[in-house]
Design a protein around this ligand. Structure first.
Ligand SMILES: N[C@@H](CCC(=O)N[C@@H](CS)C(=O)NCC(=O)O)C(=O)O
Length: 201
C-alpha cells in the first residue's frame, strides 16, 4: 500500500489509522500542494488533493473512506464496526460527518487566513466559517458527555476521522473556543502512541 501524504493534511487520518492497526505501508511524503510540487501527482489523483491511497488496483482519495477501507479490508479490528455491530449507523454517520461537516468549513478558514495572498483574504468568510464549524462541533461535545470516545465508548475509526478535524481546528487557533469535552477528547487522542508516530512522519 502506498499513501501519498503532506504533513498535517487530511492524510494524517489514514496514516494514523495505519499506525493504529500496525499495517505495512509505503509513505510518499510530498510538499503541499502536491499538484504543483510532485511531478505526476495529477495522474495518480486528477483532483490533486491529499491524501491518495493506492492498494494494488484500488485507489482512494477520501480520507475518512480510507479509514473505513483499512478496517474492513485488513481487519477484523475493534477500530472498525460492521453492519451487525451495535452503533454501526452512528459510526458511519461520524465517519461522514468528520469531513463533510467538520473539516469542510475549516478549509475556508485555512484558505482565507493562510493560503491566499493578503489582498484576497476575507475576514468575513473566516469569521462565518469558524462559527459554522464550532456550531457543528456541538454534536461532538454532546456525544462525549460521560464518554471518552464517540461510539460505544470505544476507540474506533470514527475517533480517528473526527479527531483529525479537531486537530486541524487547533492548528487554526479554533481550539481556544472548544468546550471542555472536546478539549479533553483532543488531548486524549493526540496522546495515543499511533497518533504521535503518524504526526511525526
Ligand atoms: N474530502 C477529501 C478532501 C481532500 C482535500 O481537500 N485535501 C486538502 C488537503 S487537507 C487538499 O488537498 N487541498 C488542496 C486542493 O484542494 O487543491 C478527504 O477527506 O480526503
Amino acid at each position: 500500500m502506498k499513501l501519498y501524504h503532506c504533513k498535517d493534511a487530511r492524510s494524517l487520518r489514514p496514516l494514523w489509522a495505519l499506525e493504529e492497526m500496525g499495517l505495512d505501508y509505503e509513505l510518499i511524503n510530498m510538499t503541499f500542494p502536491p499538484r504543483a510540487t510532485y511531478q505526476g501527482y495529477l495522474d495518480i489523483n486528477p483532483m490533486g488533493t491529499v491524501p491518495t491511497l493506492v492498494d494494488g488496483e484500488t485507489t482512494l482519495t477520501e480520507s475518512a473512506g480510507m479509514c473505513q477501507y483499512l478496517a474492513e479490508k485488513y481487519g477484523p479490528t475493534p477500530l472498525g464496526l460492521t453492519v451487525n455491530d451495535a452503533g454501526y449507523g452512528e459510526y458511519l454517520n461520524w465517519l461522514h460527518r468528520s469531513d463533510a461537516t467538520l473539516t469542510f468549513p475549516q478549509t475556508l478558514v485555512l484558505r482565507y487566513t493562510q493560503l491566499e495572498p493578503e489582498e484576497r483574504r476575507l475576514p468575513q468568510v473566516v469569521a462565518d466559517y469558524s462559527q459554522w464549524y464550532l456550531s457543528r462541533l456541538r454534536s461532538v461535545e454532546h456525544a462525549l458527555e460521560g464518554n471518552d470516545f464517540l461510539v460505544n465508548n470505544t476507540f474506533t475509526m470514527a475517533d480517528v476521522a473526527v479527531g483529525y478535524a479537531l486537530y486541524l481546528g487547533r492548528s487554526l487557533g479554533l481550539d481556544e473556543r472548544y468546550k471542555p469535552n472536546c478539549q479533553a477528547y483532543l488531548e486524549r487522542l493526540i496522546a495515543r502512541p499511533a497518533f504521535i508516530k503518524a504526526q511525526s512522519l
